[in-house]
Design a protein. Structure first.
Length: 196
């Protein structure tokens, strides 16, 4: 799987529509719905495994054997890690709503922090461990302007989804990789990989 802007837009639109159509709009429920929409999208984040393969240790004097079978595979974010960040997103989205922050800077900061929690990607017995660094912060001004200009929920969430997708899909993961199933437990160094 890979990140899909259209899935995010659909989830955001459903969250906004739910609040609009609710008999009693609830700030916390709205914040939770937005956080859930972002997490559901982020659960599909993956990286391409490339770089120096991990090594299978062999008793000396032999040289450890590289496990090149992992190169080119697509490792997915650990689902527990993606889900764990929902509380962070909820808190910051709710705080942004409470502050009536038109710039959504608190939400922007929460997205950046959330992406940095993406530290483990896996596929089968392959585990990639490292750090994800966002390179493009989400700037929500175009979305706010569209909303203030009378834009529809669909128009506003389309802009928001594109902004968030840009932020996620330009974040870079650096780390190491092992393949426990083949015995390649001496870590290989990964080439920096953007989230996809």
């Amino acid at each position: 799987m890979a990140l899909k802007s259209s899935n995010l837009q659909s989830n955001l639109e459903a969250a906004f529509t739910k609040q609009r159509d609710s008999e009693a709009s609830n700030q916390q429920a709205s914040a939770n719905d937005l956080a859930t929409a972002i997490v559901d999208y982020a659960k599909d984040a993956s990286i391409l495994v490339a770089g120096t393969p991990p090594l299978i240790p062999i008793p000396p004097p032999a040289v450890p054997t590289p496990d090149a079978t992992i190169i080119g595979q697509q490792a997915k974010i650990n689902p527990a890690i993606a889900q764990a960040g929902q509380a962070l997103l909820f808190g910051q989205i709710n705080a942004s709503f409470t502050a009536m922050d038109p710039t959504l800077n608190l939400i922007s900061a929460a997205i950046i922090t959330y992406i940095t929690t993406f530290t483990i990607f896996t596929i089968g017995g392959i585990t990639c461990v490292g750090a994800t660094v966002p390179t493009t912060p989400p700037i929500f001004a175009p979305m706010s302007l569209k909303g203030l200009d009378g834009g529809s929920i669909e128009e506003v969430t389309d802009i928001m989804a594109n902004i968030l997708h840009l932020t996620f899909s330009t974040a870079i993961f650096n780390g190491t990789v092992i393949n426990a199933t083949s015995g390649a437990v001496i870590p290989g160094v990964l080439t920096p990989s953007i989230l996809m």
